[in-house]
Design a protein around this ligand. Sequence first.
Ligand code: SF4
Ligand code: SF4
Length: 167
Amino acid sequence: MSARSDAPARRAVPGNPEPEWHVGGLAFGCTQCGNCCTGPPGAVWFSEAEGRAMAADRGLSEVDFLARFARTIDGRWSLNETRTEHGFDCVFLDRKAIPGKAICGMYHARPLQCRTWPFWPEILKSKRSWESYRRQTPCPGMGSGAMVPIESIRIQRDAMIDSERPT
Ligand code: SF4
Ligand code: SF4
């Protein structure tokens, strides 16, 4: 038997002294249930650049886009929510386009936090945290579907860490 392992080395994560428990990758396959885009009142943060991209996607000026679809919370921009029977839906959650599905109506210009879910640092902190988010969202895609390799997970996780760094 060889002591050699093909598994990538675990890498330290800023703010998390635990090694990467998910170094072997994580299974994920979105079912388009929309659960991560609704729930109790929350925030969908976006940067100024993302605001401009979303405005362009809608064919609106940035000012008009912000006035119609966004608000500030503690000085940061967040997308608005719409109260529905499911909870507080993101203003761009579309429950009508595909029967039985809830899809993102801003998919191609959606903010980083949407593009990187569920590979956020706080979710990846521990297996327990991953399981907790999976159950509480609930996100049927976490733990099912294709295996996402550690390299891809790191890119998404680190992008979130960088976005939260003070400038
Ligand atoms: S909760 Fe999970 S499965 Fe449902 S839309 Fe969000 S990522 Fe996809
Ligand atoms: S922008 Fe799209 S992916 Fe992000 S919360 Fe809204 S509907 Fe969901």
